[in-house]
Ligand binder design. Structure first.
Ligand code: SF4
Length: 306
């Protein structure tokens, strides 16, 4: 019986790509710069020694070596001249997000600004899927803001228990309903200052309600996905959501604030996930220098991480 030899399948990488697993330490920083300089220096030394052998004119030629000067200039530009929030880079990120997620919107099921407000309060420390499981029955049981205002937080608790932190959330929802009925004529206000007076409503919730419920761009929603991905993409160095929002508002055109948040939230769910981002599948890969990438064709910036 003759044995059949099966050749192992060869992985052929596209030209120009240098994939690698970046270490979490981010020590690869400037690795490409260093290599560029080293190879230019060794080229330069080789050609200098052959020129020196030809006579004293060689030293002057070496001084003016274009390859070393070019590499040094490239290294200096790469190390110092890189601006992660340059308008062209931000525009490129927005363009690619548009191609990836052209028509995305809020994933919380709702039929009114009030329902969106309730769903957003319930979504804290929970998933949209989890909230969407609870809200249809909740809104059947309490169909209006007045119905929520007429109950106690304790009555609401069993209905929202599965979303977690149900005592605080019940207090916030019932408290917000009572205030909206008492002070805003039963209508969710479309004003950020008024929204921020409601119990359980901070800037993130207010921006969701204004952006998705009223189509008003008053700020950028900074949830856990926007927080993580903005840092990975070096759009901010901040860790505090309010400061991140302030940074994003400076570099993203106002007419993109609402869509940008939705797109980044979808990107965070599908690819740029917290623990193991799917960098090999990501359309932003070659302009992303995040230190916690799982695959990279570009240099890593150790400060760029979630
Ligand atoms: S390349 Fe990786 S870390 Fe960067 S945005 Fe894409 S998935 Fe996130």
């Amino acid at each position: 019986m003759s044995a059949i030899l099966v050749q192992p399948e060869r992985i052929v990488m596209p030209r120009g790509l240098v994939p690698r697993q970046p270490a979490r330490t981010g020590r690869q920083d400037k690795v490409r710069v260093a290599r560029t300089l080293m190879s230019a220096k060794s080229d330069h030394q080789q050609s200098a020694s052959s020129r020196d052998a030809r006579g004293p004119k060689g030293a002057a030629e070496r001084k003016a070596s274009p390859s070393l000067a070019k590499a040094q200039k490239k290294a200096a530009t790469s190390a110092k001249g890189y601006n992660p929030v340059a308008p062209e880079r931000v525009a490129e990120i927005l363009k690619r997000l548009n191609q990836l997620y052209p028509d995305v919107t809020c994933a919380l099921t709702h039929a009114s600004a009030w329902e969106l407000l309730v769903a957003t309060i319930l979504s804290a420390q929970s998933t949209d899927v989890n909230v969407n499981r609870v809200t249809p029955e909740l809104f059947r049981k309490y169909p209006t803001v007045q119905a929520f205002a007429a109950i106690t937080p304790e009555q609401l608790e069993p209905d929202v228990r599965s979303t977690g932190f149900f005592r605080n959330k019940s207090k916030s929802v019932v408290g917000a309903a009572k205030k909206i009925v008492a002070e805003f004529g039963g209508q969710v206000p479309d004003d950020i200052d008024k929204l921020l007076t409601l119990p359980g409503v901070a800037r993130k919730t207010a921006n969701v309600v204004l952006g998705t419920g009223f189509k008003k761009a008053e700020g950028v929603v900074v949830d856990t996905h926007v927080h993580r991905i903005s840092r990975r993409l070096e759009l901010t160095k901040e860790d505090d959501p309010q400061k991140i929002e302030r940074d994003l508002m400076k570099i993203i055109p106002r007419d993109r604030w609402i869509l940008f948040s939705h797109q980044i939230i979808w990107h965070g769910r599908k690819l740029c996930i917290a623990r193991k981002p799917k960098c090999a599948e990501c359309a932003l890969e070659n302009i992303c220098h995040a230190a916690d990438k799982t695959w990279s064709t570009v240099e890593i910036h150790k400060g760029a991480k979630a």
